[in-house]
Design a protein around this ligand. Structure first.
Ligand SMILES: Cc1cc2nc3c(=O)[nH]c(=O)nc-3n(C[C@H](O)[C@H](O)[C@H](O)COP(=O)(O)OP(=O)(O)OC[C@H]3O[C@@H](n4cnc5c(N)ncnc54)[C@H](O)[C@@H]3O)c2cc1C
Length: 381
């Protein structure tokens, strides 16, 4: 049966994040954004709150929640600072979830408790300088050498590529063009031949670290392979199916934050001796924004519901991600318009939503790639 109200856990998580964020995020977010500072210490605190292992079962030290709670947590963090939401989502959905979904029992015991508390920060490397959307064409290679693999190549645009303590890395172990020719490895910081590279200077999401990962004759024992050799790319597509729900949630939080700020501002700002909300030109914008946010929420929670029930979410995850991310961009754009000149300044939160939102139509598969996935799925029916 459909239920459109937040469950008790979701309410508890939302309240907890609002209380925590008022002290630990809101006062600092502008400074982090201006200086492009990645507040790693904040993520340790989020780890203590259970937010860095939301989907990790209790037996591995996580919060043991499902996707409803996960969506709520990301959206609430995104309202406060989308960059913090992005880093939290990448740590949970990509690195941690890849190990949870495909790791051996020994690997889960070793990595998940440390990731769930953020004693170790996670990174996940699929993208390379020349292969983003076309990730299956990657050039980073892992060559077998006795009981080891020697990894050479570079990954770029990796969230926590520099500061991550443990990274899941996909490298080629077979022929180019073979979707079964790539393998996932867990590589720990400090492994000789593995280092973080250049940090990107970004338009938005500036408090979330995005950096290169470089592999130069990096020797990794075969026990660090996740799942089967040759299955890394297929695993990644499954990880991304769930990951896209988290980018939909991130988008939802941005759109909700921009909408709330716009409603409040439009009631306060007076022009022509009345609040600007009285002008139909503004109130109709709010009507469109509110309706788009609602539709984005329904798509996102539908995908979350399917995921909770263990069903395939390739179509629904892509639809939620595609629609919600485009809504985040359009709603934050309208929010800047409603704020007028003040919306163009850093004194109000909407210019940051506007800059941060754009990442959502790019990361974990661009809008064009989501349309590719969606059309492939609907044509299959
Ligand atoms: C802040 C940030 C964080 C990131 N974090 C991570 C991370 O943690 N791990 C990771 O592995 N990656 C990460 N990425 C990489 C991200 O997933 C890629 O940037 C994204 O998949 C797009 O790849 P690209 O940048 O190479 O663009 P390209 O693939 O070069 O695309 C360029 C343009 O061409 C379009 N295009 C490409 N192929 C097609 C097609 N077949 N049909 C129609 N249009 C097409 C795209 O939609 C886009 O508009 C991150 C990126 C950013 C910006």
């Amino acid at each position: 049966m459909l239920n459109f109200t937040l469950n008790e856990n979701q309410r508890m998580i939302a309240d907890m994040i609002r209380d925590f964020g008022a002290k630990e995020i809101t006062p600092f977010r502008k400074d982090w954004d201006d200086k492009q500072h990645f507040p790693i210490e904040l993520f340790k605190k989020l780890g203590q709150l259970g937010l860095m292992g939301v989907l990790v079962p209790h037996e591995y030290g996580g919060a043991g929640f499902g996707y409803f709670e996960y969506v709520t947590a990301i959206a609430e963090l995104a309202k406060l600072d989308p960059a913090i939401g992005l880093s939290m989502a990448a740590h949970n959905s990509l690195c941690t979830n890849h190990i949870l979904m495909f790791g051996s029992e020994e690997q889960k015991q070793k990595y998940l408790p440390k990731l769930a508390t953020c004693e170790w920060l996670g990174a996940w490397g699929l993208t390379e300088p020349n292969t983003g959307s076309d990730a299956g064409n990657m050039r980073t290679v892992a060559k077998k050498d006795g009981d080891y693999y020697i990894i050479n190549g570079a990954k770029n645009f990796i969230t926590h590529g520099f500061s991550g303590d443990v990274a899941v890395v996909i490298a080629r172990t077979g022929e180019i063009g073979d979707s079964h020719g790539m393998t996932a490895f867990v590589v720990e910081k400090g492994t000789p031949g593995f280092r973080g590279g250049r940090k990107e200077d970004k338009l938005g999401m500036r408090a979330s670290e995005t950096a290169e990962m470089i592999f130069e004759d990096c020797k990794v024992h075969e026990s660090q392979v996740l799942g089967e050799v040759g299955e890394g790319f297929i695993q990644s597509m499954k990880v991304l199916d769930g990951g896209r729900i988290s980018i939909a949630a991130l988008s939802l939080g941005i759109a909700e934050g921009a909408l709330e700020a716009s409603i409040q501002y439009s009631k306060e700002r007076q022009q022509f001796n009345q609040p600007i909300s009285k002008f139909q030109g503004i109130s109709f914008k709010l009507a469109d924004m509110a309706t788009q946010v609602e539709a984005a929420s329904l798509l996102t929670f539908k995908a979350a519901d399917l995921k909770n029930r263990g069903e395939k979410v390739t179509l629904e995850g892509a639809q939620a991600k595609y629609y919600s991310s485009e809504v985040a961009v359009s709603v934050s754009n309208e929010a800047v318009q409603i704020f007028g000149g003040y919306g163009f300044t850093k004194d109000y939160p909407v210019e940051k939503y506007y800059r941060d939102a754009k990442l959502c139509t790019i990361g974990e598969g661009t809008s064009e790639i989501q349309k590719l996935v969606i059309s492939r799925e609907v044509l299959r029916k």
